[in-house]
Design a protein around this ligand. Structure first.
Ligand code: KG4
Ligand code: ZN
Length: 346
């Protein structure tokens, strides 16, 4: 088939999303991409509450699907297939999405495709920039952190990743420790702009070890200690203390990501890809200091740097529809036995 119109659903974390994507030949067009966040529901708890997330997904999925079809000006009768995140993620949310997708697929007699959420992120640079396989990918979000060589829609080579917290999670915890609003990434970045990154020297974990594995949980412990030392000495934190702590923390994360990126690029370029490209996805890629060091590493390796627009770097359903389309074209298809998987490594 040369033209394909796909409905995508995403509900694996704290965003309920639906999208309609059309692919003519090799050219994808996002006809609509609706994302309904849940920040307000979880704000009072200082983190995502799985039961609340699942209930909100179950309530909002139908509304998002209708909105996506409406905005795309596409009735269900014009949809060719339904793609849905089948994992990994919070199981209640994934289940809500899979059941909703099964209902639509069964009701309308459409093929159903279960998509790995991480594959959705990993294939996004093809959706936004049309880059060719194989490319190097850094996925850095609130829940994930890994380097992948992406060779095909079902062919991923994981070079390394975090052995504990994801970097976005570290930003969120840092914000919490300093009394800054959630999500932590943007508020820590804002503070860091007015801070001195040299005042506090935080650890750069695992740089002394070969490979691309990373660790970010020790950083927040170091930050906690520095904060408590200041409080013990002065009775509190000044605005400048806060800014300097954020700047020191962000510099440490950026240094780790930069060095591990250099190593990942070395491995990737060792395979002599015909058109070298390094792409990022995940909310952490929104950080301009981090973006700058990644761009610098790519430039030094004479590799194109691809950073999709932020709305497609963070959780969305257009990426799920796109990954579903690639899988469908590769001959993949699921049926009513499609299971929701809390864990699903690429
Ligand atoms: O990809 P994403 O929207 O959701 C998943 O985790 O799947 O990423 C959200 C994460 C949060 O931890 C947030 O604090 C972080 O990305 N983030 C940032 C920035 N904007 C969002 N981290 C650092 N700097 C930012 N500007
Ligand atoms: Zn995600």
């Amino acid at each position: 088939r040369t033209s394909l119109t796909i409905l995508g659903l995403e509900s694996s974390c704290d965003d309920t999303a639906a999208a309609v994507l059309r692919i003519e030949g090799d050219a994808p067009t996002i006809l609509s991409s609706i994302v309904h966040g849940q920040n307000d529901l979880h704000a009072a708890y200082g983190g995502i509450v799985p039961e609340i997330a699942a209930r909100a997904h179950a309530e909002k999925l139908d509304i998002c699907v209708k909105a996506a079809l409406n905005k795309a000006n596409t009735p269900l009768s014009k949809i060719d297939a339904v793609a849905v995140t089948a994992g990994p993620g919070l199981i209640g949310g994934v289940l809500s999405g899979v059941m909703c997708a099964k209902g639509i697929a069964a009701g309308a007699g459409l093929p159903l495709i279960g998509v790995n959420h991480l594959a959705g992120h990993a294939l996004t640079p093809r959706l936004t920039d049309g880059i060719a396989y194989p490319y190097l990918m850094l996925l850095a979000s609130g829940g994930h952190c890994q380097f992948l060589i992406v060779r095909g829609c079902e062919d991923f080579n994981r070079l390394g990743g975090t052995i504990d917290d994801a970097p976005g999670e570290a930003f969120d915890k840092t914000a919490r420790l300093l009394g800054l609003p959630q999500p932590g990434g943007p508020s820590v970045e804002r503070e860091a702009m007015q801070g001195d990154p040299a005042r506090f020297r935080f650890p750069r974990p695992l740089l002394d070890r070969p490979g691309c594995d990373m660790s970010f949980s020790g950083l927040k412990t170091a930050l906690l200690r520095a904060r408590d030392d200041l409080i013990a000495a002065q009775g509190g934190l000044t605005h400048q203390d806060r800014a300097d702590l954020c700047a020191g923390f962000q510099a440490a994360v950026a240094d780790v990501l930069a060095e591990k990126t250099r190593r990942a690029l070395e491995t990737y370029l060792g395979e002599a890809p015909p058109v070298p490209a390094f792409a990022v996805a995940g909310g952490v890629a929104a950080n301009s200091a981090i973006r700058t060091v990644l761009q610098t590493a790519a430039d030094a390796a004479q590799t194109a740097f691809v950073a999709p627009p932020l709305a497609l770097c963070t959780d969305n359903a257009a990426m799920i529809a796109y990954a579903g389309a690639e899988l469908l074209r590769a001959g993949q298809c699921d049926d009513m036995t499609l299971a929701a998987r809390p864990r699903w490594p690429l």
